[in-house]
Structure formats: structure tokens, C-alpha cells
Design a protein around this ligand. Structure first.
Ligand code: 5GP
Ligand code: ZN
Length: 111
């Protein structure tokens, strides 16, 4: 399958790594929307938040453990986690990813 984030997780496409273990890879976004902006992805291909199942939900839970650990390590106290699911919601890469954004004030509701 031709998937950019599968290739990034496999190290075939270079990226600036933030964290890695057997289940999860995290790397800085190429087009940051905040002073700190990284992406947390499962290494296994899951298309998006609409494809979470009983069989893979432990990986999603682990993504959030990683988010907690990495934000603590980076000394980030306030941050936003975003996952766009579907084209009209802003999803451009169809491999599940959590955006972690920090370092500036953010508005709510999002645009
Ligand atoms: P989406 O719009 O699908 O929620 O988010 C995709 C994100 O991936 C975007 O923020 C975009 O900047 C980022 N992105 C796209 N291609 C690459 C790439 O090759 N490397 C990195 N590091 N980020 C990418
Ligand atoms: Zn993929």
C-alpha cells in the first residue's frame, strides 16, 4: 500500500523523530501550525479515527500515553490534540494521526 505515514513510520521517508516504540511513532509536522507541532501515529496502518476497533483500540490508548509522556518531557503544560477524520474535516493523509499543538494561545471553536 502506498501510504506516506506508513513510509515515515518505517523510516523510508525521513522525518524529525520525537518518539518511537514498537507501536507508535511521533515526529514534527513539516508545516507547523504552532511553535510546537508534532504528530503521533500508530505504526500499523489505521485510516483514521473512524476505523478504531476492539482489536486496535489499545494502540490508540497507547498514543495518548505517548502524548502524555512526550509533552511532559518537552515541558509542555497546555496543548491541543486534534485528529481530522475525513476530507471535509481537514484530513489530508489517510493514516490515523494525532496532531499535538502547543506554544501559542488557541481559539475555540476551531474553524
Ligand atoms: P491532516 O490534514 O491529514 O490532519 O494532517 C496531515 C499533516 O501531515 C499536515 O499537518 C501536514 O503538514 C503533515 N505532513 C504532510 N506531509 C508530511 C511529511 O512528508 N512530513 C511531515 N513531517 N509532515 C507531513
Ligand atoms: Zn499508513
Amino acid at each position: 500500500m502506498d501510504c506516506l505515514f506508513c513510509s515515515i513510520a518505517a523510516g523510508e521517508v525521513p522525518s524529525k523523530k520525537v518518539y518511537e516504540d514498537e507501536l507508535v511513532y511521533a515526529f514534527y509536522d513539516i508545516e507547523p501550525q504552532a511553535p510546537t507541532h508534532f504528530l503521533v501515529i500508530p505504526k500499523a496502518h489505521i485510516s483514521g479515527c473512524g476505523d478504531v476497533t476492539k482489536d486496535n483500540s489499545h494502540i490508540i490508548a497507547h498514543c495518548f500515553e505517548v502524548i502524555t509522556q512526550v509533552t511532559k518531557e518537552l515541558g509542555i503544560e497546555a496543548f491541543r490534540v486534534v485528529s481530522n477524520c475525513g476530507e471535509s474535516a481537514g484530513q489530508a493523509v489517510f493514516h490515523l494521526h494525532f496532531h499535538v499543538l502547543a506554544g501559542r494561545d488557541m481559539t475555540w471553536p476551531p474553524g
